[in-house]
Design a protein around this ligand. Structure first.
Ligand code: ADP
Ligand code: MG
Length: 327
């Protein structure tokens, strides 16, 4: 006998919610922001075949579904408080649910965020999470604050870089082959991204604008430039590249790092005199940051090499209507 809807919610998705006024079990959850703070709210949906492969382990899927949402809070400099989970799945598979809940709550516990409600239905496998975070008024990191003369930064794992998740996707697609250990490393980047929540908090009052990298650096940077009404010069030789990606041909390195998608790093601008504070925030958060360019008044993005020579690169940002994992 398989579990019914309410039994499975009770068994897998109901835990104590000390921070919420009312959690799972009523028609609405009730949340009270701390005195003087605002809610930062964001939703992200993960669809099988589009955002993840059917072969992914359920623990990693649970992790990633929450991680991509926490990454949006990080990009706003918000502190995670609560989330909801809307889940469609074709059938009740308890091994799957147990794994999914494990991955989800393991990451939730790291960031002190609690599941307060959601929806559960039969249908094609699909997870939609909405996160609620707190931020003091006027302190959220936004996309529209970059100014000419500022420096441009990207976070990355210590000893890692951007583009690994895309390299893993290329292996799954059969376009690239990697040795076992190398594949495991990039697969982990793809399936278990670490949201840069601590860095986002540390960049409040330091960064002038920020975005998290979900669709590829060039495309995501384009959003910041457009919203801020500025342009930028990006030094491609300053991009952080992991040792595994560094063993690929240079053209593939750049394609993965600049247009790969699924990095979940923070890309941000800051005044040049804030460099020490940027580095201190990164050290405090236990992540690395690389200075990859500068903001300019003239619109558009210019890619240059270490000598400042312009690179004529044609790159395509990740587009879910063209580039899903099953493409
Ligand atoms: P309603 O029909 O009133 O929308 P539901 O019967 O769908 O409520 O859900 C019952 C309760 O379980 C609600 O409090 C809802 O927020 C919660 N819930 C449903 N699905 C999930 C889930 N996947 N994770 C957490 N809470 C859930
Ligand atoms: Mg419902």
């Amino acid at each position: 006998m398989s579990l019914g809807e309410f039994d499975l919610i009770a068994k897998y998705f109901t835990r104590p919610t000390p921070r919420a006024v009312l959690g799972v079990g009523d028609d609405c959850a009730l949340l009270q922001p701390a005195v003087g703070l605002q809610w930062a709210v964001s939703s992200d949906m993960l669809v099988e075949g589009r955002h993840f492969l059917s072969t992914v382990r359920p623990e990693r899927l649970g992790h990633k579904a929450l991680a991509v949402n926490l990454s949006d809070l990080a990009a706003c400099g918000a502190r995670p408080v609560a989330f909801t989970l809307a889940l469609a799945m074709p059938r009740v598979d308890e091994a799957f649910l147990a794994g999914l809940a494990q991955g989800l709550f393991d990451l939730a516990d790291v960031h002190g965020i609690e599941l307060v409600g959601g929806d559960t239905t039969a249908g094609p496998l699909n997870l939609c999470i909405t996160v609620f975070g707190e931020v003091p008024p006027g302190q959220a990191l936004r996309r529209d604050g970059a100014r000419a003369g500022e420096t441009l930064w990207v976070s990355h794992e210590v000893g890692g870089g951007v583009g690994d998740a895309r390299l893993a996707l290329e292996v799954f697609r059969g376009h690239v082959s990697l040795a076992g250990d190398d594949f495991e490393a990039v697969r982990r980047a793809m399936e278990q991204p670490q949201p840069r929540v601590a860095l986002g908090l540390g960049l409040r009052g330091v960064a002038s604008a920020a975005i998290d990298l979900s669709d590829g650096l060039v495309g995501d940077l384009g959003h910041v430039l457009q919203r801020s009404g500025v342009g930028a010069v990006l030094q491609v030789d300053a991009l952080p590249i992991s040792p595994v990606l560094a063993r690929q041909p240079r053209a593939r390195q750049l394609q993965c790092a600049l247009a790969g998608g699924d990095d979940y790093e923070l890309l941000f601008s800051a005044p040049p005199e804030a460099e020490a504070r940027v580095r201190a925030a990164a050290a405090q958060a236990g992540v690395a940051v690389a200075c990859i360019g500068r903001i300019e008044a003239s619109p558009g993005l210019r890619l240059v090499d270490a000598q400042g020579v312009a690179l004529p690169l044609v790159l395509q940002a990740f587009d879910h209507f063209k580039d899903g994992p099953d493409a």
